[in-house]
Design a protein around this ligand. Structure first.
Ligand SMILES: Nc1ncnc2c1ncn2[C@@H]1O[C@H](COP(=O)(O)OP(=O)(O)O)[C@@H](O)[C@H]1O
Ligand SMILES: [Mg+2]
Length: 254
């Protein structure tokens, strides 16, 4: 397996009112192609900052972020924007969608913006609808965003995040605003996509969500304190996975 992401000595400092806040302190880790990695850790430990930094959404103070062999920390903004649009997918806790577009038009917007694939609107819409069928939300294609449930909207966000066939999906608390059953549905879709080859990196507070991943990184005070990898023997045993993760999290001081 080769690396999807290799992060070396990553530092990020915010300066607010002349006070320096070192939020990421020499972070090092790698994500292999096909990994599904959760980032856990207390509130304020730097999880979101890390996710935004390694996905090129936010600049960094120093360090290297190698994505597909290229250092995105030093990449010109235009090239980076292309990479984000064509090779990365994003899912957030708050489901940002355009109010004046239907769900389907929201989903295919990144493909229309990309211009990489030579498709007519009808062809792109057909692809969007196919994804919606896959996530079982085809019936809301023409709805406005305020006419659907949180779970449906989050599944629509997943469709949008994968419309350009990204190599990697970054998700910040993708189930944070969902109830238990919607959260389970969304995780099932992410697991399915990972099994089909998409690398996934997500931030979560939820042990149930993290236990669906292959690895868990624990962040504390701007650093990765530990990494947990689930044993293959527990692949289909949800309860054991959750119990093992819980034990490890307690060792980490969770
Ligand atoms: N845009 C920002 N400007 C200044 N400080 C920030 C900004 N974003 C986050 N921080 C600070 O960085 C630290 C880590 O925040 P964050 O990455 O959001 O943590 P987490 O996602 O683990 O809860 C916090 O101390 C927070 O106040
Ligand atoms: Mg956060």
């Amino acid at each position: 397996m080769s690396n999807a992401l290799k992060v070396e000595n990553l530092c990020k400092t915010y300066i607010v009112n002349k006070i320096q806040n070192n939020v990421l302190k020499n972070v090092n880790f790698t994500v292999e192609e096909g990994d599904m990695t959760a980032i856990m850790g207390p509130s304020g430990s730097g999880k979101s900052t890390l996710l935004y930094a390694v996905s090129g959404m936010d600049n960094v103070t120093s360090g290297e972020i190698l994505f597909m062999g290229k250092d995105i920390a030093k990449m010109p903004e235009k090239e980076l924007a292309g990479l984000r649009l064509n090779n990365m997918g994003f899912i957030f806790q708050q489901m940002y969608m355009m109010k004046n577009l239907s769900i389907l038009d929201n989903i295919i917007l990144p493909a229309r913006q990309s211009g990489k694939i030579n498709e007519t609107y009808t062809e792109t819409a057909k692809r969007g609808l196919k994804l919606m069928k896959k996530l079982d939300i085809a019936d809301i294609a023409d709805n406005d965003i305020n006419e659907v449930s949180g779970g449906q909207l989050q599944r629509a966000c997943i469709c949008r995040s994968i419309i350009n066939n990204p190599d990697i999906i970054f998700a910040d608390e993708p189930t944070g605003a969902l109830n238990r059953s919607a959260s389970k549905e969304v995780m099932e879709e992410l697991v399915k996509m990972n099994k089909e080859g998409t690398t996934i990196m997500l931030v979560t507070h939820d042990v149930k969500v993290a236990s669906k991943c292959k690895k868990v990184l624990y962040m504390l005070d701007g650093n990765i304190k530990g990494e947990y990898e689930f044993s293959k023997d527990t692949d289909n045993d949800e309860r054991t996975r959750e119990r093992c993760l819980n034990n490890w999290l307690m060792d980490m001081g969770w």
